[in-house]
Design a protein around this ligand. Structure first.
Ligand SMILES: C[S@@+](CC[C@H](N)C(=O)[O-])C[C@H]1O[C@@H](n2cnc3c(N)ncnc32)[C@H](O)[C@@H]1O
Length: 339
């Protein structure tokens, strides 16, 4: 049962249908099994407007449809070997029956961007996104670049992972999406922890995903876990609404082209009770002298650094609640939950 913020009256909701959102994916369909057999007919206690599905009632099956079309958000139909590991997904083809658009894997990651497969159109993102598409930056990222963050108060990957896992307790056994995973520093830890039924390592940078695969290859135990590598834009996440249990976004918010579109997308994909945990660099903190604050530009060196108040405002205005955060120098880890 998740923590709740007020002592409002409780009520009970009966989950009567196994497949409420995707009637096309009937349990009798021979090839395509339902997206996820997550709900069993059960009574779920609702307190303070947060309906939390008890973890014990979830059946952790990711054999069905996890991914949705980034154009229309309809679930993608999959053809290929079953399983949610890298090899099975690599060998699978995905198709949106609504848009008649096909998606496939390249270099071991599944490309679920709107621009996947386009021949002539090329889209350039802002510099803070394009920078990480470079092969050199992607190569250097886990070989020194990320370690530099410690100077700004980031506690380091091991501690950040531990802190995130604490916040994700109510999402255990569910699907975790590591948005803007970079070279997969945290995705690998989430996958290896065995805490989740599935982990999606998702980034817009093809080279970061290649690096991610190179690291995964070195560890046979991760290769066979329920881990998928997906290229996607955080502003157009390839998941159905309310289908994700946990979203992690490490050191990413300041790199996104539009933090508001990104948080809105994250909120859309989270199920009721689902948890969002993010870290980023703050523009300034409550202890920064007033005179220094006025000198700090909203966009510094091409990044979008926000304040604590702005991040909370963003989460709240995108429909997330129970916001809390931890701050150390410029480092902030924040969490919020889908009501
Ligand atoms: C600083 S890295 C963070 C990597 C990792 N999560 C960490 O904690 O170290 C920021 C990542 O955000 C990704 N990114 C930037 N714009 C994006 C977008 N529009 N959609 C998805 N990812 C994006 C970059 O490709 C990059 O890998």
């Amino acid at each position: 049962m998740a923590t709740t913020s007020s002592s409002c009256c409780s009520s009970f909701v009966y989950q009567s249908s196994l497949f409420p959102k995707h009637p096309r994916l009937s349990p009798n369909t021979s090839f395509f099994s339902p997206r996820r057999l997550r709900f069993s007919p059960t009574v779920v206690r609702v307190t303070s407007a947060i309906a939390v599905e008890p973890v014990s009632t979830r059946i952790s099956s990711l054999e069905g449809q996890v991914f949705a079309c980034p154009v229309c958000y309809q679930p993608l139909i999959r053809k290929g070997p079953p399983g949610f590991n890298l090899r099975a997904i690599y060998r699978s083809g995905f198709k949106c029956q609504n848009c008649d658009k096909s998606y496939s894997s390249k270099d071991n990651y599944l490309d679920l961007t709107v621009i996947a497969g386009l021949k002539d159109y090329v889209e350039l993102k802002p510099a803070r996104t394009e920078l990480f598409r470079s092969p050199l930056v992607s190569f250097l990222y886990e070989r020194g670049w990320r370690q530099n963050f410690n100077r700004s108060g980031f506690p380091g990957p091991d501690e950040e992972f531990k802190m995130a896992q604490e916040y994700f307790k109510s999402a255990q056994g569910g699907l975790l999406v590591d948005v803007s995973c970079g070279s997969g520093l945290f995705s690998r830890k989430f996958a290896k922890s065995g805490t989740y039924s599935g982990v999606v390592a998702l980034d817009f940078s093809e080279n970061m995903l290649r690096q991610c695969y190179d690291f995964i290859k070195q560890d046979e135990t991760i290769l066979t876990t329920n881990l998928a590598l997906v290229r996607a834009d955080v502003s157009r996440l390839p998941f159905s609404s309310g289908s994700v249990d946990a979203v992690h976004a490490g050191a990413a918010l300041h790199c996104w082209p539009s933090p508001s579109n990104a948080v809105a997308e994250i909120s859309r994909t989270l199920r009721s009770g689902g948890v969002f945990v993010g870290t980023t660099f703050l523009r300034y903190t409550s202890s920064t002298p007033w005179i220094q604050r006025t000198l700090r530009e909203r966009i510094v060196q091409g990044y979008s650094y926000l304040t604590e108040e702005e991040i909370e405002d963003l989460c709240t205005s995108c429909g997330l609640s129970n916001y809390t955060s931890k701050v150390e120098q410029s480092f902030i880890m924040f969490t919020a939950q889908k009501p």
